[in-house]
Ligand binder design. Sequence first.
Ligand SMILES: *Cc1c(COP(=O)(O)O)cnc(C)c1O
Length: 439
Amino acid sequence: MRVVERASQILKKMIKYKSTRSQEVGRSFKEALFGGLAGDGGLFIPERIPQISTDFFDHISSLSELEIAEQVLWPYVEGSLSREKLKVIVKEAFNFPVPTVPVNGDQFVLELFHGPTKAFKDIGARFMSRCLGVLGDEKKTKVLVATSGDTGSAVANGFLNVPGVEVKVLFPKRKVSPYQEFQMTSLGENIQAIEVDGSFDDCQRLVKQAFCDEELKKRVQLSSANSINIARLLPQMVYYFWMYKNLKRLPGIEEKDIVVSVPSGNLGNLTAGLIAQQMGLPIKRFIAAHNANKTFPEFMDGKPFVERPSIETLANAMDVGAPSNFERIMTLMGDDRDRLKGRLLACSFHDEEILEEIQQCFQRYNYLLDPHGAVGKLALNRGLSVNETGVFLETAHPQKFAEVIKRAIPDYREQEVSLENCRKSSISNNYEELVYHIV
Ligand SMILES: *Cc1c(COP(=O)(O)O)cnc(C)c1O
């Protein structure tokens, strides 16, 4: 009897996932993980956002990174994973540093690029792949993913040799960097790269179509690894908490408001930050920093939300004209644009501004930005006021965009661009196996 009571208490407490498009009955974390998209084509979102106690924030300095990750994620996976399993997954997934580094004045950078493929997507991909590995059953799971570059490499790398999982990566022909293409196409094993003669949005549409194809879903067990999958999004909350822990060490930070600038494409990273904020993380406001693809900034300006074809820019991982997580953000905000405006500013920058910022930031502060981080920093330069401490996210390592760096800083020496590990990853084909495991 006792056991039954306890079980029913857990069930009541357990967070379920609903669709952004309807009040479809709640799904468990496991169901949302394997489902990818909800049956009605909407995205899964937690039915409620758990609150973190103030005690947690008061003592955050004494918690390790892994303890923070475990505590933040636990309510979202309870009922599908045991606490012990979560501990193991967190330990394996978050096995690289995510430092908060001062850049200039009141501006800091949260470096998310120290993972194996040098983009922040490693974090979500590594977490999700391990969840699939642990929760998968007999049937082989086919993971479909559309990429504008970084997702594909992170997912391919994170899922390589995960038993019971086959990965299909769809990428737009000639629209990813050679380095990114190499990272996706060179692994083999359970990773298949599929070049699509179209744009990223076309790839994304094809993937979404597959998820709505009931016939196909009867034949194969499909899952998605885009940030439309909630299991990739949730772990991204964790580094906002790590950032807070690091900032908290600064003298006088208690009197300051924290503002976070997020280089944005599909808005997954921003959605994760907004959920972290709703859990109680003291971030005053966010800035959604976009390149010339300004579907979201225009919406925030009061225009209707109109999906557009994507425009090619130097920050190509953010070349998204139809940001998929928009639905999630609006659902989180009760479809209230004004409420969103209270905690979020959105802006957009052109390629010329990106090049200039990379050059200026290096010259003045000796900090090398990648084109995506440059967009994040540009937004902070514009939007930070007194009594605010700003953090922009560096979502990729500058080495991944060496051609852009060379354009921005012509006298930049090649060796300086190719930082240690990266030089190793450009070793010739003879050492393929080795190289693949390093990058
Ligand atoms: C994917 C990506 C982004 C955009 O993140 P979203 O979550 O899609 O908004 C930004 N920068 C880099 C380097 C990326 O790979």
